[in-house]
Ligand binder design. Structure first.
Ligand code: FAD
Length: 477
């Protein structure tokens, strides 16, 4: 009997791995959800997504077998139980993005005498082999080179061999703070949870009460149809202003003009191709700077990060600055946050507890920046991001956290540590009452201290020459 396995991050409407299967298997592993204190919203997304996927398959006449969530069930035990109970002789599945999962399933099948067939990972646009070839051929792999290769390879936003609009990059038009007096920011189209999702929300609240977040506030779509409506709303209402304000921050605005597509994209509720089709068909009124800015994130940064993850298996344990501090419990609980935590960090931390989400600049320049300035161990930081964010998976976390934000590899993914004082944060987010307060903030003091402490390790980086010179001038009496 031919069976297929669907993982929680593979909720695709169509999957080559399930097409021929006589039986489709779903395992809800409680143990996996307890490996870290995962945000309740992430657990709801995965569980409700899996249950909806299983129901859809059954509704279209397919046979489905499930191991429902129950105390302490491990994934491997659940899968073994299903294979034995149904006499499976052959198992197909889509290659998992995180390292080690495919080989674990394969070993289990071998032990059970089950033949295996692994299908390509459909979470990305770039075939894994092409991505690996590119990274192998570019030892100092820079995102900008990767992105141009990607644009040329796919023909996206290209006119012959030239980029549409004559430029690869519209950053000079982007990276603006919100205008004084603010802007109207279209609210997200939060879906009303259906009965299945509502039941999952209650179950998660009951089973995982100590995990961050409140399942009762769950806010994301959990089906491909819901995800497509969410995408359409982004293209119609937020994409036009995405570019100019992609780096902006505002204390009362968690989403601004961001797409909030990563939670859906990373579990297969949307494909990259679907998103590209939607944004490239956007009305002409969408400025090229916004369109290109978004495409760069999607087919540039996202695919590049996957490649960096595959190319650097040791990145997980890197610790360039030899940092040792452990995270205090309040990062996880959201309770008893110290009064002297700088206002941007406190605001974004509270936001992450509420939504399991913060946008890119808040992750990089508020949270990541603060973690690095404070000397937290990069693995501690990785564990925290992994637990708290609804879109967090190892393949995307390791290059973004250890690589980009904590500079733990000493400059493989990022060309300099992303550290700053209060002045940058004030310019992009007006976090303090005035510029002087930002300059005199705890954040700025931590920045100078970091540069002084790590002066020797930073001295060779041409992008830090100016900052180090400023730091030395301040030190000179
Ligand atoms: P938008 O700003 O609307 O961007 C569009 C899409 O581009 C995103 O949905 C995402 O799929 C993709 N994208 C943009 N930048 C990146 C990037 N650097 N890496 C991968 N994809 C990117 N992304 C995750 O998907 N999961 C994570 O757990 C995650 N953790 C991060 C941790 C840190 C410290 C940093 C600096 C970045 C992290 N990112 C992560 C990347 C990025 O911040 C998020 O993808 C983005 O904020 C998701 O929100 P959005 O969908 O509104 O993005």
């Amino acid at each position: 009997m031919k069976a297929a396995l669907v993982l929680g991050t593979q909720l695709f409407e169509h999957s080559s791995a399930t097409v021929d299967a006589e039986l489709i298997l779903f395992v809800e592993s409680e143990w996996a959800f307890r490996r870290r204190p995962y945000h309740q919203h992430k657990i709801v997304l995965l569980l409700a997504g899996m249950r909806h996927a299983a129901d859809r398959l059954e509704g279209s006449g397919r046979r489905v077998a499930r191991i429902p969530l129950s105390d302490g069930v491990r994934f491997a035990d659940g899968l073994r139980t299903l294979l034995r109970a149904h006499g499976a002789e052959h198992l197909s599945w889509m290659s998992a993005t995180d390292r080690g999962i495919d080989s674990r399933i394969q070993r289990l099948c071998e032990a059970e005498g089950v033949r295996t067939e692994i299908h390509p990972d459909a979470l990305f646009l770039t075939p894994a082999a092409d991505l690996d070839d590119w990274f192998a051929g570019h030892p100092s792999a820079r995102m900008e080179d990767f992105y141009r290769w990607q644009r040329r390879r796919t023909g996206i936003l290209m006119e012959g061999d030239a980029p549409v609009g004559g430029r690869w990059n519209f950053d000079a038009d982007n990276r603006q703070p919100l205008p004084r007096g603010g802007l109207t920011i279209p609210p997200l189209p939060f879906p009303e949870p259906d009965a299945l999702t509502g039941a999952v929300m209650e179950e998660v609240a009951r089973r995982f009460p100590d995990h961050p977040g409140d399942a009762a506030d769950f806010w994301l779509p959990v089906t491909p149809d819901g995800a497509r409506a969410w995408l359409a709303d982004f293209v119609a209402r937020r994409l036009p202003a995405f570019g100019p304000y992609e780096d902006a921050m505002a204390a009362g605005e968690p989403f601004l003009f961001h797409s909030v597509l990563s939670p859906l994209l990373n579990v297969g509720l949307l494909t990259v191709a679907e998103i590209l089709d939607a944004v490239l068909a956007a009305p002409d009124a969408v400025p090229l700077a916004s369109l290109e800015g978004f495409v760069r994130q999607l087919i540039g940064w996202r695919e590049y990060m996957r490649g960096a993850y595959r190319a650097n298996p040791t990145l997980r344990d890197a610790n360039h600055f030899g940092l040792t501090r452990r995270l205090e419990p309040w990062w996880y609980t959201g309770r008893d946050i110290p009064d002297d935590l700088p206002v941007p960090v406190r605001t974004v931390l509270e936001r992450v507890h509420r939504w399991g989400y913060a946008h890119h600049i808040e992750r990089l320049m508020v949270l990541g920046n603060w973690f690095l300035l404070q000397g937290y161990h990069p693995r501690e930081v990785f564990d925290w991001f992994s637990a708290l964010f609804v879109d967090a998976y190892e393949w995307v976390m390791i290059p973004n956290v250890q690589g980009m934000s904590q500079y733990a590899d000493g400059g493989g993914v990022a060309t300099k540590p992303y550290v700053s004082g209060g002045a940058y944060l004030q310019r992009m987010g007006s976090w303090w009452p005035n510029d002087r307060a930002a300059r005199e903030s705890e954040f700025t003091a931590a920045y100078w201290e970091f540069l002084a402490t790590h002066e020797e390790q930073l001295a060779d980086n041409p992008r830090l020459k100016l900052a180090l010179a400023q730091m030395r001038r301040r030190r000179t009496p």
